[in-house]
Design a protein around this ligand. Sequence first.
Ligand SMILES: Nc1ncnc2c1ncn2[C@@H]1O[C@H](COP(=O)(O)OP(=O)(O)OP(=O)(O)O)[C@@H](O)[C@H]1O
Length: 204
Amino acid sequence: MLRVRNLSCARGGVPVLSDVSFEVAAGHAIVLRGPNGVGKTTLLRTLAGLQPPMAGEVDYPEDEGAYASHADGIKAALTVTENLKFWADVHGTALPDTILETFDLADLRDRLGGTLSAGQKRRLGLARLGVIGRKVLFLDEPTVSLDGFSVKLFADWLQNTHLAAGGVAVIATHIDLGLAAPELDLTPFKAAADADGGSDEAFL
Ligand SMILES: Nc1ncnc2c1ncn2[C@@H]1O[C@H](COP(=O)(O)OP(=O)(O)OP(=O)(O)O)[C@@H](O)[C@H]1O
């Protein structure tokens, strides 16, 4: 479903990773590992098509990719339900019946997005993934701000709904989600410019 071949990518014009190759079959996930700054976000953004690769190929079914970043993308002036309906309308999907319960949002259904706590916002942002119907998810630290209960809710949805339906996920995370997924440490793929100590501070 997802094939990455000899991919090299940059951030702010500075090469970050080179020659990354991996495949993920339908129904499976892969976890990206590596220290801060190694290039997990850069790789996810490149895979999702938000920035062009320097070299290499990324292949997955057209219009099936979705990127979830640190930002939740929540509309502050819409309620929780309205946010979910908004995303469903944008993607032309129907709201799954149990989506509020799945992400523990039922009691918050009429609350304005702007009044949610950080963890509640994150649950709503992740619920978006259950609404938009995309098969190939690129997830950047999806569990930031979540308590242990909510991490488990999300991991259960990922395993039992998304992957069980033949989806794919590439996940950058520093915590253990409890998934039976292989890990890819990006450290060996650090681009030479970074390894040489080339500074990218000029771009920050
Ligand atoms: N907007 C930017 N412009 C230029 N360089 C950037 C920008 N954002 C990040 N970088 C640099 O690109 C490199 C890769 O960063 P990236 O965010 O992909 O790493 P990461 O592995 O996701 O890190 P973390 O674990 O801290 O989230 C780092 O050296 C970082 O300093």
